[in-house]
Design a protein around this ligand. Sequence first.
Ligand SMILES: CC(=O)N[C@H]1[C@@H](OP(=O)(O)OP(=O)(O)OC[C@H]2O[C@@H](n3ccc(=O)[nH]c3=O)[C@H](O)[C@@H]2O)O[C@H](CO)[C@@H](O)[C@@H]1O
Ligand SMILES: C=C(OP(=O)(O)O)C(=O)O
Length: 436
Amino acid sequence: MEKIIVHGKRPLKGTVHIDGAKNAVLPIQAAAILASEGENIITNVPLLSDVYTMNQVLKFLNISVDFDEDNNTIKFDASNKVSSEAPFDYVSKMRASIVVMGPLLARLGTAKVAMPGGCAIGSRPIDLHLKGFESLGANIEQHDGYVEASAPHGLTGAEIYLDFPSVGATQNIVMAATLAKGTTTIHNAAREPEIVDLVNVLNKMGAHVRGAGTEQIKIQGVDHLHGTEHAVVQDRIEAGTFMIAAAATQGDVFVQGAIAEHNRPLILKMREMGITVVEKDDGIRVIGPSTLRPVDVKTLPHPGFPTDMQPQMTILQLLADGDSAMTETVFENRFMHMEELRRMNAKYTISGRTVVMEGKTQFSGAEVAATDLRAASALVIAGLVADGYTQVRNLQYLDRGYYNFHKKLAGLGAEIKRVNVDDENKVVLKNLVEHD
Ligand SMILES: CC(=O)N[C@H]1[C@@H](OP(=O)(O)OP(=O)(O)OC[C@H]2O[C@@H](n3ccc(=O)[nH]c3=O)[C@H](O)[C@@H]2O)O[C@H](CO)[C@@H](O)[C@@H]1O
Ligand SMILES: C=C(OP(=O)(O)O)C(=O)O
């Protein structure tokens, strides 16, 4: 088992480069299922554990996957006979593998996928995905832990209203509808930049999808789709995480590749707190002040404040000079990191979906455990501003969404090291700054 050890109180300075987005690349990998001819060549692919898991799922479905990690490029070839079943062993590793269902149903008229479970942040049902498939004419059955969809005569376009603008349901329904007969309209669709990136790929593959990035997406079905080339959009959550780390440490960091339009709510909230945020063509510069003003924040679907930035944002709020509130409206259980932060001297009360935090926190180093992906990065940021040493465990969560997080922070001057717990006794804490 590995852990990250951080020695706090060093301002971050310099430039950090942002990778391709996890939440964009995963559905784009799944979209490869739809190309019955030609290769799909995807570039700017981040080297994340979730990407490898999705590749495993696709290989199981008989799709050829060639990952050139040195060049962050994957070549997919789905021109052979594709299998329709994604079993529990693969799906259970990663909830996002449910997005293979729409493409399988579109291409084969049948799909059998293990029911994805919930996770630490919430129960995460897939009812909206399934209702969407049913509206397109699929018959849905659930048994033995699997969900099976079938449309032997193909799918037919329909008008679909989503009760909530679910990202995964929007992606799954768009992909299913690309090969349906006639036109599908999704009302109250998710508007995240990752939806736009997926639709850009689908259109390059020969699909007719309009309105991505708005609440109404129209898909005109086509006969078949072919391979294409596409570079994955930069990761707005990785970018936002480094922006917060820079501000929290009173640093001065250029987040290269960050797209300001994708992080508008975060930028505006940071400015409200007194942080200097400079938008440039090729990235965003963040300069942290010595005192942060408190702000209240509420998570919402895009273009609201992203839930995936919520745990990191609570670190800035705890550092602010006064009390502040965070309300989480997207997931019902996304405050697990707060309990760990208590070990580091955070003071707060949770009531329902809102946590009220006391500022100004003087974090103290402690041994903490990540409970999910963004909790992991938030705990490391807390370590960057804490007195003494902080040790963060459960790095398997961090690796789902951040490539070389500790190395990127070390490149900005952080005293941080990732160690194998078995070698723990051999670690000389004073020498943390030395790179692996
Ligand atoms: C791989 C990926 O892209 N993951 C992102 C995606 O997850 P994901 O696509 O799973 O998130 P959704 O937008 O679907 O979920 C949002 C809310 O809708 C609920 N819901 C969703 C589907 C459904 O059928 N029924 C239902 O009730 C969920 O339980 C949750 O409370 O969007 C989330 C919300 O921005 C992000 O936090 C995740 O990082
Ligand atoms: C919740 C997240 O991802 P996933 O939907 O893949 O669990 C996330 O990226 O913060």
